[in-house]
Each structure stands twice: as C-alpha cells, then as structure tokens.
Design a protein around this ligand. Structure first.
Ligand code: FEO
Length: 392
C-alpha cells in the first residue's frame, strides 16, 4: 500500500508479465490494475478492484494494511480488469456497498452476478460523503464502454479516471517520473481503447476542464502529479488533426509486393511525406494502432491469395476499420497472377472509412517499368492530397 495523497492509497496490482491485452494488443511494457483506498473520517471507500488474476495481490495489500472495513466499493467501469475481483472483495467485506451508475450496475449484474441489493446508484455530478472527504461522480461515457465514469475528490484535487488517461506500463514508480517513459505506453493504450470514441472523448475532456486537478489517478499505469502532459496528449490524439504521414503495411510472398512497397516508400520520402512501414508477417499490431493515431494516409499492400488479400493484410484492414482512425486518405497496392478481387475486398473491410480512396496500383506478376511509373504517380497523388489538406 502506497500513499498517493493524504488518506488516499494505491492498493492495486502491477502486471509485469501479461503478453496480450484483450488477447489482442501486445504489451511490451506490461500494465497495471490500479485500485485506490480512501480513508475518510467516517467512511472507507475502495475505488475499483483488479483483474481476477491479481485478486490475491489486492486482498493481500488490504489485509497487510489492516483494512478491516470497507463501506463503499466504487465501480467506475464494469470491465473485468477492474471489476473482476469485486465478488471476492464483497465476500471479504460483506457490509460493503457497490457505488456506481445505473448502466454499470446492470453490466456488473450481467457479468459478475452481483446481487441487486448490494448496489447504491449515483447520478452524474452526485456527491458521496466520506466524512472529511467527498467524491463527486462525473459521467464520462465511452472512455472505454458506455457506462464509464470518473470521480473527483475536491479536498485533494484528485481525479480518479479508471481507463481514461491510462497507460500500458508496469512500473514500480507510483507517480510518473519521466514523460518520455509514458508517451508510447499511453498512446498504445489510447489507440486500442479510446480511438474509436474520439468524438465523445473530446466532449469528456471539455467536461473535465472546469475541475481544479492536481493529480490524475488512472487504473492503468502510473499516477500523474503533473497531469497537463497527458491531457495535452489526449487533446492531440482525440482531435481531428492528422500528420503528414503514411502508414504502409505490406506482406509479400514472392517479392513482387515487397519491391513495390519499398519503391513507394522511397518515392514518398523523396516528396517529403513521412512513412511508417510495417511488414505484416510478424508485426506488433500495437505499433500499427499507434501509427493510426496520426497517419493521414493508410496504404495496404498485398499479393493476391485465392482471389483476395493475404489474410494478414485483411486482418489489419479489419483492425483499422474497428479503430476508426482519423486518416483522410487510403489506397491499396498489390499483385496477382491471373485475377484479383483484392481491392474490392479491402475496400469493403474498411467500411467505416469516410475519407478518399486514392486510385490503387495493381500489377500482374512482377512490377514492370510502367508499373513503377504508376507508383510514382501514386506518390504524387498522395503528396498532392496531403498538400491540399494543409499538411505540407
Ligand atoms: Fe481497463 Fe476497459 O478496462
């Protein structure tokens, strides 16, 4: 148990070893499930629990700290990495009530079978009294799921945000020590969890602006005692501005597509367009998600496999479609032996994409001199599109 501020303690668990979050995004730096204990002069509250794999850690932390009573367990979010230990905590502290909103209550009943009478539901901006401390609940929907909310303690100027402002970083530091350490873990987290809901997140950022916040205490990663950095990152990432960057993901079976991907990369660099290239055979898709936060243009390059795109390329198209990045342009490059429906297939998989599809380049067999000219023309088109969009 470590002290965040007066009467506020961190009692959660560090997960150094988890390899994939949601069995999807690699975790090169691990993650954490932060849970906070507030000892008010009259009531004791536990803010969120931990992933069920780490229940023992949470329970041991509470027992070691001599916590023999919990009055309220605040549930900011129903997802199991924060709620999964709730049934065990309610067994250990049978008088505790679960304080949450109506939507989260319904989810906790569905997901964990918590009994109806265990709940106290709160409205947006409702205040819970703990004696000399208070918690104001602030609904912040879609900072991951529709029921997500934050709570604000005005006495210590601490905002408890659960997933909001979280990062996939396992560290023994309670507070962030160096902003350089958090940028990529927080962006990796944002890209997977928050990016699809950028528009709502912008509204939530505005809603929080009226609060006097000295500390942001999320439920993943370190606590921010200088929170402006992560707030500014979120304003950038959730905004509509893209950068003069291309994400180029490719795979090649017999070298034709690889040659085109390399040629196109060089052609874009020569024109002053930034490129992030990913060979998709063995890729960290978290890196792709991160690149999607900023890229103005998405290029997927693939050989034709049984009429369509290579399945690894198709899966990245599915991911990009689900994450709803703010890219303005997309195109496809590929090769085929005798026929292909790849362009139509990938276009269909990017059904959420509302930007412009720039004319793709498909070649039969190995690219000819004429085909490389077409790739130069594609690079010209991308540069012109970025210029028109004010990016160069
Ligand atoms: Fe960290 Fe949406 O759970």
């Amino acid at each position: 148990m470590r002290q965040v501020r007066d009467d506020i303690y961190s009692v959660g668990a560090i997960d150094w070893d988890l390899d994939l979050f949601d069995r999807l995004i690699p975790l090169p730096d691990g993650t954490s499930y932060n849970s906070y204990l507030i000892k008010g002069s009259e009531k004791i509250a536990l803010l969120d629990t931990v992933d069920p794999r780490k229940t023992d850690t949470l329970v041991n932390n509470l027992v070691a700290a001599g916590v023999d009573r919990i009055d309220y367990v605040i549930a900011h979010h129903a997802e199991q990495d924060h709620s999964g230990s709730l049934p065990d905590i309610l067994l250990l502290y049978p008088d505790a009530k679960v304080v949450t909103n109506e939507k989260c209550k319904s989810m906790l009943i569905d997901l964990l079978g918590i009994e109806d009478e265990k709940f106290i539901t709160v409205e947006d901006r409702e205040v819970l009294e703990l004696g000399d401390k208070t918690l104001e609940f602030i609904y912040t929907p879609w900072v991951h799921w529709p029921e997500t909310m934050c709570s604000y303690m005005k006495e210590e100027k601490v905002l408890f945000t659960c997933d909001f402002f979280g990062s996939h970083l396992a560290t023994s530091d309670l507070f962030l020590q160096n902003e350089r350490d958090i940028y990529e873990p927080a962006k990796r987290y944002f890209a997977e969890i928050m990016m699809p809901f950028r528009n709502v997140i912008r509204k939530n950022l505005v809603k929080l602006e009226e609060l006097d916040i000295e500390v942001i205490a999320p439920s993943h990663g370190p606590v921010y005692d200088n929170p402006q950095f992560i707030v500014d990152c979120y304003k950038d990432w959730a905004g509509d501005e893209v950068k003069n960057e291309v994400l180029l993901g490719y795979i090649s079976m017999h070298g034709s597509t690889e040659k085109m991907a390399e040629y196109l990369t060089d052609a874009l660099i020569e024109r002053g367009v930034g490129v992030k290239v990913f060979e998709l055979g063995d890729v960290d898709i978290g890196k792709i998600a991160i690149a999607l936060v900023d890229a103005a243009t998405i290029i997927l390059a693939s050989p034709t496999v049984l009429v369509g795109a290579h399945p690894m390329v198709a899966s990245v198209a599915v991911l990009a479609n689900a994450l709803r990045p703010k890219a303005k342009f997309a195109t496809f490059v590929g090769s085929y032996g005798w026929g292909s429906k790849m362009v139509e297939q990938l276009g269909g998989l990017l059904g959420n994409f509302k930007g412009e599809i720039i004319a793709p380049v498909m070649v039969k067999g190995q690219a000819s001199d004429e085909d490389f000219v077409r790739l130069d023309e594609l690079a010209d088109s991308i540069f012109a599109s970025h210029k028109t969009a004010g990016l160069v």
